[in-house]
Design a protein around this ligand. Structure first.
Ligand code: ZN
Length: 187
């Protein structure tokens, strides 16, 4: 792959909502990890996200982003907090968030209300898995809707987290160091 850049994703340019929970204390560590709400994706992922926004708009919804590019140093903070490879990519393997090709997100309606996905973002429980048996039908429907939007735009899902999507083949790409991420500094 040719050299790609991290591109900013904003509410204005991409018609999405952005709530980077790692810039708040509403994440699994209970403390802010990022200093700013700066949302970045690698070029091909940014293009796919634009496509996803268009698909969601076709049924009156939009996307709300919880995390996108994540500096490897932030991944280290998460891994040290919860060293469980089911939910956190270990440091040797690296997270596709640190490759700029993964995005955590949900659907919101025209009033900005999040679709009911049964579990919250970053809920490290079996119920967060796609197609987990026993979830209410409307939850399965909402998750399947998000799945359709993201697959239609070219993203792949992972079984354990309904909110996580990434470009196929991400593993081949290099991790992007925090130096290149500009304003996305860690606390
Ligand atoms: Zn993710």
């Amino acid at each position: 792959m040719t050299r790609s850049r991290l591109l900013p994703v904003t509410r204005e340019t991409h018609h999405v909502q952005i709530d980077l929970v790692y810039a708040t204390d509403r994440n699994l560590t209970g403390k802010p990890i990022y200093k700013t709400q700066h949302c970045l994706l690698l070029e091909p992922a940014e293009a796919a996200l634009r496509k996803a926004v268009t698909i969601a708009q076709s049924f009156g919804a939009t996307l709300k982003i919880f995390d996108a590019y994540r500096p490897p140093q932030a991944q280290e903070v998460l891994w040290n907090f919860l060293p469980d490879p089911t939910f956190i990519a270990d440091l040797g393997r690296g997270s596709n968030h640190s490759r700029g090709t993964a995005v955590d997100l949900t659907l919101v309606d025209s009033d900005g209300i999040e679709f009911d996905m049964g579990t919250g973002f970053d809920a490290m429980v079996p119920e967060s898995g796609h197609f987990h048996a026993g979830l209410p039908a409307h939850v399965q429907r909402n998750r399947t809707l998000l799945l359709g939007v993201m697959h239609g735009a070219g993203f792949a899902h992972i079984p354990s987290e309904w909110w996580h999507y990434e470009l196929p083949g991400s593993r081949e790409l290099a991790l992007i160091d925090n130096e290149e991420s500009g304003p996305l500094r860690l606390m």
